[in-house]
Design a protein around this ligand. Structure first.
Ligand SMILES: Nc1ncnc2c1ncn2[C@@H]1O[C@H](COP(=O)(O)OP(=O)(O)OP(=O)(O)O)[C@@H](O)[C@H]1O
Ligand SMILES: [Mg+2]
Length: 859
């Protein structure tokens, strides 16, 4: 990992955004006073990569209240790729993480950042670790000498140390191989188990062979039985169908015979009817011929009538001209008669009505009298009521008057009493009238006088009271009497109305009667005379009699003409009879022949009918017989269907059984293949197990560590030699004896054995400065080894405050040592607050603390 650009905002002592461009130098010294923000730069790198720094929480956010979030963006190259990670921690919220890779479009063209971020921060972090193939621990144990953690590696327990060394050497890859091999082996084992299961299953099936064959034979036998019984049933059904066909033919025969019989019967009916008609015709002719004399007589009589009628018609023609006028006159008379009859009818109806009204008149007059009397009584009672009302009103007024007078009297009496009391109580009072002083006597006199007045008032008061007492019952009595007269107004009104109505009705009846007497009765008499004597329209009558006289002169007798006309009409039938007579004479003989012929035909037909009837009976009997034994074709078909169904099922069973037998051959072949596969797999599993062991901790990784250790050891000693001027050296021991002496093999370990001129001593027994040199030498050796490995992962060396423990000579040696290894690293950063070291490096990055946070400048 080679840093390119670091951008820090709101992180630890950095408030404003600060950028550090690493591209312009290979070796630099980061200087600045205590607390300036030097170590914070390294924290920024470990935090952005691993989410881990001196802390992992909100306390990493710059404490200035304006700062809302800490953010670090780090661009670096790694294994020939350029990556960028941006980590943001907003205050009180969860971290945001973005991981990107630079993609160059063409060798010379522009590129773009492609995101490698996953859905969650956790997954993105895992992806970063996967790409780096380095965890935080390895990172700070190898190339990153964090302040105060220089002895990180030496202080780890031996096992952990070995693990870190393994990681530095990239041995975790072997663990991945081991896991993959393990997974592969497990997969093969699963396949093997499945093959074995299949083989067992096949063997189980193969063991069923005799049974399956036996079952197949049995099923085939049953199928053959079913086929035989199906054939039998089929031939049965065929026979039944033939029977049914002959039954149908018989049925057809019966139907045909029945139809023939019906037709013959109808034929016979027709012939009988025809015979009947002929016979009737014959009878009619016979009767006609029997009456031959009469018919001829009637016919000649009719001939005479026709001659008479012709003579009358001649006269009538002349007469008809006059008759028209006559009819006109007769019409007028008829109309007048009808009109008079109508009038007569109306007059009679009116006469009836008049009679009724006349009869009702006395009762109406009587009712009028009664009502008149009732009205008189009501009016008398009304006068009484009004008088009583007047009296009550007066009495009430009197009462009011008495009451108000008494009120007044009461006040006056009270006043008088007051004055008397006043006079009696005071001596030497003045006269209330003249205001002069009163003596005793005068006073008494005055009192008496006043008392006298008071007595008068009291007498009046009591008399008023008595009057009031008298008046009350009087009023009550009168009010009671009045209550009986309340409805009198209505009563009177109803009588008055009735009287008016009666007067009107009587007046109207009398008027009607008078009018009838004066006009109607006379007219009725006249009309009935006119009708009775037929004396109406005398002028018309005269005209008619004149006309009739003229007609009589013509000699035309309309009555006689009508009589001849009538007789001719009724005699016309004789003409028909007369002509029929001739037809009858001609027809009677052929008719007789036809009748005889028909009788013969009927006789023959009857014989035929009888024969057909017999034939029909015979055929019906046969049909009935065969109906009784009619075949059950449906039942037979059902039975056949059932057998076919069974046969089909059985066929399927046989097919399945055959399949089960046939499959055994395939199974045998399959078993052979499976067995071969099983053997191959067992071999493969053995080989994989060997591989797993080789990839395991004690396999290749152990071997690699063993191989790498001499190189690390020699490089460390080279450095240590330089740092201690040949006084100190280290050795790594990978195996040590167990404390338990019974164990004969050695314990796997990674012990660091340090020695100086005085021999091997425990790490803790060396001085701080000496211990630092040892740590520095070992870790630098580790970093070098790491940077030399293929796919160099850590090409950056960072040393934060390693010089504090060293004396001037030690510092000088350190600088020399750093310069000696700088060729192994792409970037070397040395952090120090010591001024005298600043100038030892060509490039200096100055960190200062300001009120806008830490600032960085490359000098
Ligand atoms: N959240 C924070 N906000 C602001 N300042 C902080 C925050 N956390 C730590 N600091 C301060 O940031 C400053 C920088 O610390 P850093 O460890 O980077 O200093 P340094 O330059 O390495 O100093 P030294 O030479 O002592 O090692 C210190 O003063 C420290 O107290
Ligand atoms: Mg520091």
């Amino acid at each position: 990992m080679i840093p390119i650009l670091l951008k820090i905002t709101g992180f630890l002592s950095y408030k404003q955004t600060v950028e550090v461009d690493f591209t312009s130098f290979d070796l630099a010294c980061i200087s600045g006073s205590n607390g300036a923000g030097k170590s914070s730069l390294l924290d920024a790198i470990t935090w952005v990569l691993f989410g881990q720094a001196r802390k992992r929480d909100d306390s990493l956010i710059n404490s200035h209240p304006e700062v809302k979030a800490a953010e670090v963006i780090f661009t670096f190259s790694y294994e020939d790729q350029t990556y960028r990670i941006q980590r943001t921690l907003p205050r009180g919220k969860s971290t945001l993480l973005e991981f990107q890779i630079w993609q160059q479009a063409e060798p010379a063209g522009d590129g773009t950042w492609r995101s490698l971020s996953e859905h969650t921060v956790k997954d993105t972090q895992a992806r970063i670790l996967h790409v780096l193939r380095l965890d935080y621990e390895t990172f700070i144990n190898a190339a990153f000498f964090l302040q105060g953690k220089a002895d990180q590696f030496a202080q780890q327990p031996a096992g952990k140390r070995k693990e870190i060394l393994g990681n530095i050497l990239g041995l975790e890859l072997w663990e991945i191989y081991r896991e993959r091999t393990n997974n592969r082996r497990k997969g093969v084992e699963r396949d093997l188990a499945s093959r074995e299961g299949q083989i067992q299953e096949i063997e189980r099936e193969l063991s069923e062979e005799p049974e399956r064959k036996k079952w197949l034979a049995e099923l085939e036998c049953r199928l053959a039985e079913l086929a035989a019984s199906r054939k039998l049933q089929e031939s049965n059904l065929e026979k039944l169908k033939q029977q049914a066909a002959s039954f149908e033919q018989q049925q057809f025969l019966v139907n045909t015979l029945e139809a023939g019989l019906l037709r013959a019967n109808q034929n016979r009916g027709d012939l009988s009817k025809h015979l009947e008609d002929r016979k009737n015709e014959q009878d009619r002719y016979k009767k006609l011929l029997e009456n031959q004399g009469q018919v001829e007589k009637d016919y000649s009589k009719w001939q005479n009538l026709r001659n008479d009628l012709a003579a009358w018609e001649v006269v009538a023609d002349k007469f008809r001209g006059h008759d028209k006028d006559r009819q006109l006159l007769l019409g007028k008379l008829g109309n007048e008669q009808a009109r008079l009859e109508q009038e007569m009818k109306a007059l009679l109806a009116e006469q009836e009505k008049i009679k009724d009204q006349k009869a009702s008149l006395p009762s109406m007059e009587k009712e009028f009298e009664y009502t008149r009397a009732a009205l008189d009584v009501a009016e008398t009672r009304l006068a009484v009521r009004n008088e009583k009302n007047e009296q009550i009103m007066l009495a009430r007024e009197k009462q009011v008057e008495l009451r108000s007078e008494n009120e007044r009297l009461k006040l006056e009496m009270k006043e008088l009493k007051g004055r008397v009391d006043e006079l009696a109580a005071t001596e030497g009072a003045n006269c209330p009238l003249c205001g002069q002083p009163l003596n005793l006597e005068d006073r008494q006199k005055l009192i008496d006088q006043l008392n006298g007045q008071g007595a008068e008032l009291a007498a009046r008061y009591h008399s008023n009271k008595d009057r009031q007492v008298e008046i009350n019952p009087m009023v009550e009595k009168m009010e009671q009497e009045l209550s009986g007269l309340v409805a009198i107004d209505k009563e009177r009104l109803s009588y008055t109305t009735l009287l008016t109505q009666l007067t009107e009705r009587i007046g109207s009846v009398q008027k009607t009667l008078k009018a009838w007497d004066e006009q109607g009765a006379g007219r009725l008499e006249d009309v009935s005379q006119l009708l009775e004597k037929e004396s109406y329209l005398p002028a018309v009558r005269d005209e008619l009699s004149d006309l009739d006289k003229r007609l009589a002169d013509l000699g035309y007798d309309a009555v006689a003409h009508d009589a001849v006309k009538q007789a001719e009409l009724s005699g016309r039938v004789s003409e028909n009879d007369y002509h029929s007579l001739a037809g009858a004479r001609a027809a009677i003989k052929p008719l007789q022949e036809e009748v005889d012929n028909l009788k013969k035909q009927i006789k023959k037909l009857d014989a035929d009918l009888e024969a057909q009837q017999r034939e029909m009976q015979k055929a019906s009997d046969i049909l009935e017989q065969s109906e009784k034994m009619s075949p059950d074709i449906d039942g037979a078909e059902r039975a056949l269907f059932d057998i076919q169904e069974k046969e089909n099922r059985r066929n399927q069973d046989v097919g399945a059984a055959r399949q089960k037998v046939a499959v055994l051959k395939d199974l045998r072949a399959r078993k052979k293949t499976l067995n071969r596969e099983r053997e191959e797999m067992a071999g493969l599993i053995g080989r994989l197990k060997t591989l797993e062991r080789a990839f395991g901790k004690d396999g290749i990784p152990a071997l690699l560590i063993e191989q790498a250790l001499p190189e690390i050891e020699s490089r460390a000693n080279e450095l240590l030699d330089r740092l201690s001027d040949g006084a100190m050296s280290v050795r790594f021991a990978t195996q040590s004896a167990y404390k338990d002496k019974k164990k004969d093999h050695l314990k796997e370990t990674l012990d660091i054995l340090i020695s100086d001129g005085a021999g091997v001593r425990d790490y803790d027994l060396f001085s701080g400065g000496e211990a630092f040199r040892v740590n520095f030498a070992i870790r630098l050796a580790l970093s070098q080894v790491l940077s030399h490995r293929k796919g160099a992962r850590l090409q950056t060396l960072v040393i934060d405050e390693g010089f504090g423990s060293q004396d001037a000579q030690g510092r000088q040696r350190l600088i020399e040592a750093i310069n000696a290894v700088r060729g192994d690293f792409a970037k070397v950063l040395v952090i120090t607050h010591l001024d005298e070291l600043k100038d030892a490096f060509q490039t200096r990055i100055e960190v200062t603390k300001t009120n806008v946070g830490s600032l960085v400048s490359v000098i």
